[in-house]
Design a binder for this molecule. Structure first.
Ligand SMILES: [Zn+2]
Ligand SMILES: [Zn+2]
Length: 328
């Protein structure tokens, strides 16, 4: 009966037709705008404002101290006359030189560190390299001993170059390992591997560090890269206090491999690095993972599931710690 009535109305009343269409429109609009609480309107509502935010899990991090540093020494370098390098280590170390080490063997050794027993002594490296190098020399380095060490292939071996390019051997690989077994348990980093180019008759590019790797006691390998910073705009943000900026920086200064860590750390530990991008009130103290943006403070991190900088989903976060690292 009602249906017949409705059909009659529909046939005879354009007003009814209009009101049905309007009702449909309103219901659709309400659903889209989220009045009914359905989960349709993902685009229109900010998901960061929903009540059901789970706090991002805190990732436990430890600060790692690198006991090794090695830089090129002064004076000329060549395959026939040898090379000087300057170590600077926090603990007594052994500096071993492998001349003419095969590229393939070094890669194999670094992979062996990951899969097999850790390479934490010169003997481990010798075995991992299968004794396939031209000359081996080692020095004992005391801590805070910054004296240059000179290494050279004995003249009687008659090696003056490592062949035409592309080469299958690195001219020189310098390895730093901790001398005392107790120290190996204290540090997460157990060895430093530096691949050095040494000029010879066939390839006269000046001596330089080609690659530098740090090996950890967990079997990981990290490559150290030179750190560059902008000469003009970076100065203001890197050192906000004028007394710190007494030295004008040169364009594209290659920061020393030894000094880059402490500079950054000082910036953060004073808590004056940057303000939280959300509240502009507290210092940035959280790093979001996996995007690694450091942009929010301790309290604001609780309100975000997406990074305020790049909108990446936040899986974890960790604190930019100010205390010295817990000893492992
Ligand atoms: Zn904040
Ligand atoms: Zn991000």
């Amino acid at each position: 009966m009602a249906a017949v009535f409705l059909v009659t109305l529909y046939e005879y009343s354009p007003l009814f037709y209009i009101s049905v269409v309007s009702l449909c429109f309103l219901v659709t609009a309400a659903m889209v705008l989220g009045w009914f609480g359905f989960d349709v309107p993902v685009i229109l509502r900010s998901s960061d404002e929903t009540e059901s935010i789970l706090p991002t899990p805190e990732k436990l991090m430890v600060q790692v101290t690198n006991p090794f540093a090695l830089e090129m020494g002064s004076g000329p370098a060549s395959v026939t006359d040898g090379v000087s390098v300057r170590p600077c280590c926090l603990e007594p170390c052994v500096l071993s030189f492998f001349w003419g080490c095969k590229v393939r063997d070094l890669k194999g050794a670094l992979q062996a560190h990951h899969h097999g027993p850790r390479l934490s002594t010169p003997q481990h490296f010798q075995q991992a390299l299968q004794f396939c190098y031209r000359h081996y020399q080692s020095f004992h380095i005391g801590n805070e001993d910054r004296e240059e060490r000179h290494t050279q292939i004995p003249a009687e071996q008659g090696i003056t170059d490592f062949g035409p390019l592309p080469r299958e051997r690195y001219p020189l690989v310098a390895v730093l390992t901790l001398a005392e077994p107790e120290a190996r348990d204290t540090y997460n980093i157990v060895a430093s591997v530096t691949v050095i180019h040494v000029p010879d008759d066939k390839y006269s590019l000046s001596e330089r560090v080609l690659f530098q790797y740090l090996l950890t006691s967990q079997g990981n390998m990290y490559e150290l890269k030179p750190l560059f910073m902008s000469a003009d705009s970076g100065v203001a943000s890197v050192c906000p206090d004028s007394e710190q900026c007494t030295q004008p920086s040169e364009p594209n200064v290659e920061a020393s491999r030894v000094e880059q860590g402490p500079v950054q750390e000082e910036d953060w530990s004073e808590g004056r690095g940057r303000d939280c991008v959300v509240c502009q009130n507290a210092a940035v103290n959280k790093v979001l993972l996996p995007c690694r943006h450091a942009c929010v403070c301790d309290s604001c991190v609780l309100h975000f599931q997406h990074c305020p900088i790049c909108r990446a989903f936040v899986l974890e976060s960790f604190t930019l710690t100010q205390e010295p690292a817990a000893e492992q």
